[in-house]
Design a protein around this ligand. Structure first.
Ligand SMILES: [Zn+2]
Ligand SMILES: [Zn+2]
Length: 419
C-alpha cells in the first residue's frame, strides 16, 4: 500500500537528485537571518510555483506556504525553516556562505543549523509528490517558516492568520538534521526535544573608583556569585532522574579595570523536558538572583526579563508509531532516537492548528568520519555539531534521506486505500 506509493513517488528521485543538491548549495551560499529571509523565501516560492503549488508568501513576515490538492483525503503539513545564524562560516566548502565569508562584506551569516538541508529536502519531496499524482490522494501543505532560531517565527505565522489561510491539517510533520551519521533516521514518541527559556538578568550595584571597593556594591563580584550559585540548581535541587541544563551564555559588566561599574547583565538559558522541572528551574533562578542581590546589599531589586521561550517538543504517540512503522519498512537503519536537549518552535504550529504532530531527526555527518572519530573516542572534538562554524553536512546520503523521510512519512497518511 503505502510502500507501493512511496516507490512510485521516489522513482523520480534519481532524476531530481542533481537539482536538490544544487538548491542546497545555493541556499547554503546565501544564508539570511530570521525575518530577513527575503531571497530565500522568493527562491522557495518560485520553486513551489514551478511544480504547481498554490503559493502564499509573506505570512508572519517572510513565511511561505504551498498547497497541492489531489482529490479528497487527509491534509498533511510538512514544515521547514528559512533562517540562518549570525556566525562566520569556517567549513572551507566551495559553496560556503557568501555573507561574511572570506572577502565578503557585512555581517557574517551561516546556515549552521541545517535549515538549508530541511528546505532542499522539502522542495525535493514537494516536487516528487507533484510529479506522481496517481500515487496519492489528499492535500499536501508545505510550510517554510521564518525565524526559528529566535523562537519567534512560528508564532509570527500563527499571529498572521495561518489557521485561516491554509487547509486545516490532520497531521503536522517536521525533521531536523544533526551530527549523527548520514543515513541515520530517528523517531521518538512522547518527550523528544527540550523546552528552552532565555532570561535577561540585570544586577544593580553601586559604581565607584576601582581603589574604593568600600564605596561600591560591586556588580561584577555579585554576577560571579550568581553564575556559580545557579550551577547548584541542577546539581542540588533536581533529582538525579530529572534533566535540565542551566547555561549563563553571556555576562557583561564594566569597561575599565579601575572603575567598579553600576550594573551587570547576564543572559541565562534554561532547558528542560518536563513542564514541572522547567517551572522549578525558572523559579530557582529568580530566587537565587534575588537572594544573592540581598546578600551583596544591592541598592535595587534585580530585573529579570523573559526574552524568549520554546515549547518542549512532544511527539504524538499514535502519529509517531505510524511514521516509525513506515520508516522501518523503508530504511535499513531507522531507530528510536534518544531525547535531545536542543529546542525547536515547530510545536507551536500544530498546537495552534489543533493537529497531532511528530518530529524526527536525520544524520548529516560523513559516516566514515563519524566511525573514525567514534573509534578514536574524539566524537566531541572531531564531529561538528549544529551551530558550529564547521557544521557541514555531507550532501549524500543526507539529502536523499531527508527527501525520502518526508515522502514516506507524508504517504503514511496520503497513500490511497488498498484496492
Ligand atoms: Zn538552530
Ligand atoms: Zn534548527
Amino acid at each position: 500500500m503505502s510502500d507501493e506509493a512511496a516507490s512510485a513517488v521516489l522513482a523520480g528521485l534519481d532524476a531530481l537528485r542533481g537539482d536538490v543538491e544544487d538548491w542546497y548549495r545555493d541556499l547554503h551560499a546565501h544564508p539570511e537571518l530570521g525575518f530577513a529571509e527575503h531571497r530565500t523565501a522568493a527562491e522557495v516560492a518560485g520553486k513551489l510555483r514551478a511544480c504547481g503549488y498554490e503559493v502564499t508568501t509573506g505570512i508572519g513576515g517572510t513565511g511561505v506556504v504551498g498547497v497541492l490538492v489531489h482529490g479528497t483525503g487527509p491534509v498533511v503539513l510538512l514544515r521547514a525553516e528559512l533562517d540562518a545564524l549570525p556566525l562566520r562560516e569556517r567549513t572551507g566548502l566551495p559553496y560556503a556562505s557568501r555573507a561574511g565569508g572570506d572577502g565578503a562584506e557585512g555581517r557574517a551569516v551561516m546556515h549552521a543549523c541545517g535549515h538549508d538541508v530541511h528546505m532542499a529536502c522539502l522542495l525535493g519531496a514537494a516536487h516528487l509528490m507533484a510529479a506522481a499524482p496517481g500515487a496519492w490522494q489528499g492535500t499536501l501543505v508545505v510550510l517554510f517558516q521564518p525565524a526559528e532560531e529566535s523562537g519567534a517565527g512560528a508564532r509570527a505565522m500563527i499571529a498572521d492568520g495561518l489557521a485561516e489561510r491554509i487547509p486545516a491539517p490532520d497531521i503536522a510533520l517536521a525533521q531536523h538534521v544533526f551530527h549523527a551519521p548520514a543515513g541515520y533516521v530517528g523517531t521518538r514518541a512522547g518527550s523528544f526535544l527540550a523546552a528552552a527559556d532565555t532570561l535577561r538578568v540585570v544586577l544593580h550595584g553601586r559604581g565607584a573608583h576601582g581603589s574604593k571597593p568600600e564605596a561600591s556594591v560591586d556588580p561584577v563580584v555579585l554576577a560571579a556569585m550568581v553564575v556559580l550559585r545557579l550551577q547548584t540548581i541542577v546539581a542540588r535541587e533536581l533529582a538525579a532522574a530529572e534533566q535540565a541544563v542551566v547555561t549563563v551564555g553571556s555576562i557583561r559588566a564594566g569597561e575599565g579595570a579601575n572603575v567598579i561599574p553600576e550594573s551587570a547583565e547576564l543572559l541565562v538559558n534554561v532547558r528542560a523536558f518536563d513542564e514541572d522541572v522547567r517551572a522549578r528551574v525558572i523559579e530557582a533562578v529568580g530566587r537565587m538572583v534575588r537572594a544573592e542581590c540581598a546578600a551583596s546589599r544591592a541598592p535595587r531589586e534585580p530585573e529579570i526579563e523573559h526574552l524568549s521561550s520554546f515549547p518542549a517538543t512532544r511527539n504524538d504517540p499514535e502519529a509517531t508509531a505510524r511514521v516509525a512503522a513506515a520508516f522501518g519498512r523503508h530504511f535499513a537503519d531507522a531507530v528510536r532516537a534518544e531525547r535531545l536537549t536542543p529546542s525547536d518552535d515547530f510545536t507551536e504550529i500544530p498546537r495552534a492548528l489543533g493537529a497531532p504532530s511528530t518530529f524526527w531527526v536525520i544524520g548529516g555527518t560523513d559516516p566514515a568520519a563519524y566511525a573514525a572519530a567514534e573509534r578514536a573516542g574524539t566524537l566531541a572534538a572531531d564531529v561538528p555539531v549544529n551551530h558550529s562554524p564547521r557544521f557541514a553536512p555531507v550532501l549524500q546520503p543526507t539529502l536523499d534521506t531527508g527527501v525520502r523521510a518526508l515522502v514516506v512519512a507524508a504517504l503514511a497518511w496520503l497513500a490511497p486505500p488498498a484496492a
